[in-house]
Write a protein that binds this ligand. Structure first.
Ligand code: 13P
Length: 250
């Protein structure tokens, strides 16, 4: 039985003081929720938010990290620094990293391996653009991102990996994949995980959906067999939107 997993990606929003206010509201509201919950604040906001969520059921992740452990990488953040902050997870391969900063699968794969080597959970994002969807290449695109991102991982490693399917055209646009469309892609991802590893790994892997998840659509998305969670952007920035998502099943 897969436990549902709701994550909020704050992206480049929220100063430390703003983040503390939001995190406090979330701690109070999420105390009894059954889903696993994670928030990913920007790096500079993490220490203050971590203090607020310490000892609660809310976990903290980073939104990215370097593919190197240390050295001459001006402006980058190392996995050692994330571990030093006591983080639980890191989001890798987000479409904004892929599209704006040109991150490729091999580069993302190095980060995935480094994060796992340091015992961080990885949320690996995959998803197609509108052009790719219209060209009928969704499965091809997602497969390439999965195979490239998970290259060299063992079945054991997969226990620490979550996949987030985020169709790029649905991110921040208010357009959501229909629950049926999303579930079909999730089923495809699960089948690919089975091919890459085995049935147990495929049955156990948590696959989150991301792209304009809101209080009004979370229940129908989560009702689908292969949708195990949500990776929420915009709606994770407001407690009145994120709390109903996190507690969708209460
Ligand atoms: P929105 O929920 O704002 O569409 O963003 C989704 C996302 O990119 C989460 O990583």
């Amino acid at each position: 039985m897969r436990r549902s997993y709701i994550a909020g990606n704050w992206k480049m929003n929220m100063t430390a003081s703003e983040g503390v206010v939001l995190a406090k509201e979330l701690v109070a509201a999420a105390a009894g929720c059954t889903a696993k919950v994670l928030i990913a604040p920007p790096f500079t906001t993490i220490p203050a938010v971590r203090e607020v969520v310490k000892g609660t059921n809310i976990r903290i992740g980073a939104q990215n990290m370097s593919d190197s452990e240390s050295g001459a990488h001006t402006g980058e953040i190392s996995v050692l620094m994330l571990k030093d902050l006591g983080l639980d997870a890191v989001i890798l391969g987000h479409s904004e990293r892929r599209m704006i900063y040109g991150e490729k699968d091999a580069f993302i794969n190095r980060k995935v391996k480094l994060a796992l080597a340091h015992d961080l959970e990885v949320i690996l994002c995959v998803g197609e653009t509108l052009e790719e969807r219209e060209a009928g290449t969704v499965e091809e695109v997602v497969k390439t991102q999965l195979v490239g991102g998970l290259e060299g991982l063992s079945k054991e490693d997969m226990k620490q990996v979550v996949i987030a399917y985020e169709p790029v055209w649905a991110i921040g646009t208010g357009k959501t994949a229909t629950p049926e469309d999303a579930d079909n892609v999730h089923a495809y991802i699960r089948a690919e995980i089975e091919k890459l590893f085995d049935k147990e790994a495929a049955d156990d892997v948590i696959i989150q959906y991301g792209g304009s998840v809101k209080p009004g659509n979370v229940k129908e998305l989560m009702a689908k067999e292969n949708i195990d969670g949500a990776l929420v952007g915009g709606a994770s920035l407001k407690s009145e939107l994120f709390i109903p998502i996190v507690t969708y099943d209460l």
